[in-house]
Ligand binder design. Structure first.
Ligand code: S3P
Length: 437
């Protein structure tokens, strides 16, 4: 992969109106469910980040016709629950944990074998959390000795059977992978999790005509149900909007409008966290895109203060902690994050990568096994290694708004996995960023 470096000059302030690209979780699911449905579905606002393109390529490789009518507008010709075909090669899912964990569930139920591969980061991430419950359903899946990808999936005589599963981790990827396998299983599949994770699968399956029982921390469905084609309008991704919320929140005097942002209550932990730190975030024009609530967010810069973050807020803001760590560095006093050990098994170890990066910029940031203690202070400039993690790269880019000297961020190519066009959009809103490489 080519080396990409972000160079950010200090200062600047966000203003104006920004529409970030489509939601990553919803875009993956839209392609998957539309492929498995009977009939044609259209997807508008699709995220053309590399992760979702991996999902799209994988379904095309299994015989699904997907027309790209415009940059973010797809027409998917569904093949039905049993219409996928054996791909000619292993499916390469790049950096995308969502593709791998969700697809392992649905591919475990097919009448043909598949192999799922990923890049270096994805090949280090834990797969036992999804493989274990799928094996309990009868799936035949081989991993490496370290329980990592490649995953080699074999068809099972007689098919999968339903289970009730109490997941030890709160993970929408695990929950969704099991539910997708459950669509093919005999009987009723039910998943419990310790804290509620994002519920896009449950909402979108319902939109495709599947009966799903869902409440916070529990989801269940009966196998053998048919998906019926359904058009999907994808909201702007709150996880991508977070970098702009952060930028506007940490610079007093800024004012930014973020339009069409998904505000599904299982994703809005970051709004709650930033508000508790003193941020001024207003939700305007609340409405629905299909089964998903959206709003325009108006964020005004204010002085922030440190807080304690733990409990159910962790799952509700799981992808937003790199940005929250930067907010903590810009706040007065100490911020303490606990119960967030999941951050260690994301695209990189986000606790360590963020604490190392903040320290390189002169901020006191102490990594703990399940979180961190960060004391707000004056942010110097310096060089930070994003370790190929898109959200680490974007968080440190935004930190440039409050730094006293330039920040150089290494290894930023993977920003394209979730947020193509980030640097240009951030520059248009007021960040002094240039891209090298
Ligand atoms: C996702 C679930 C989360 C999140 C990821 C997307 C999804 O992962 O971190 O970016 O689309 O289901 P976990 O379910 O592993 O927490």
């Amino acid at each position: 992969m080519s080396e990409v470096t972000f160079n950010v000059l200090p200062g600047g302030a966000f203003s104006g109106s920004v529409r970030v690209p489509g939601d990553k979780s919803i875009s993956h699911r839209a392609v998957m469910f539309a492929s498995l449905a009977e009939g044609q579905s259209e997807v508008r606002g699709f995220l053309t980040g590399e992760d979702c393109l991996c999902t799209m390529k994988a379904f095309r490789a299994m015989g699904v016709r997907i027309d790209q009518l415009a940059e973010t507008h797809l027409r998917v010709h569904g093949v039905g629950l049993h219409g996928l075909r054996e791909p000619a090669q292993a499916l390469d899912l790049g950096n995308s944990g969502t593709s791998m964990r969700l697809m392992s569930g649905l591919l475990a139920a097919q009448a043909f074998p598949t192999t799922l591969l990923g890049d270096e980061s994805l090949s280090r991430r834990p797969m036992r959390r999804i493989v274990d419950p799928l094996r309990q359903m009868g799936a035949q899946i081989e991993t490496t000795a370290r329980n990592t990808a490649p995953l080699r999936i074999q068809p099972v005589d007689g098919g999968l059977h339903a289970i009730t599963y109490k997941s030890p981790v709160s993970s929408a990827q695990v929950k969704s992978g099991i539910l997708l396998a459950g669509l093919y299983a005999k009987g009723r599949t039910e998943v419990f999790e310790p804290e509620p994770s994002r519920d896009h699968t449950e909402r979108m399956l319902r939109a495709f005509g599947v009966k799903v029982e869902a409440e916070p921390g529990r989801a269940a469905l009966q196998g053998g149900q048919t998906l019926r084609a359904c058009d999907v309008e994808v909201p702007a991704d709150i996880s991508s909007a977070t970098f702009f919320m952060l930028g506007a929140a940490i610079v007093p005097g800024s004012e930014l409008l973020l339009t069409d942002v998904g505000i599904n209550p299982t994703r809005t932990g970051v709004i709650e966290i930033l508000r508790r730190m003193g941020a001024d975030i207003e939700l305007l024009n609340q409405r629905q895109f299909g089964g998903e609530p959206v709003a325009d967010l108006r964020v005004r810069g204010r002085r922030l203060h440190g807080i304690d973050i733990g409990g159910e807020l962790v799952a509700l803001a799981i992808d937003e902690f790199p940005a929250v760590f930067v907010a903590a560095a810009c706040a007065s006093g100490e911020t303490v994050v606990t119960g967030a050990e999941e951050l260690r098994v994301k695209e990189t170890d986000r606790i360590q990568a963020m604490c190392d990066g903040l320290q390189a910029l002169g901020i006191s940031a102490l990594a703990q096994p399940d979180g961190a203690r960060i004391t707000g202070g004056r942010m110097q400039g310096g060089t930070v290694d994003s370790r190929g993690d898109h959200r680490i790269a974007m968080s440190f880019a935004i930190a440039g708004l409050r730094a006293e000297q330039p920040i150089r961020i290494l290894d930023c190519a993977n920003v394209n996995t979730s947020f193509p066009g980030f640097a240009n959009l951030a520059a248009s809103a007021g960040l002094r960023i240039t891209v090298q490489g």
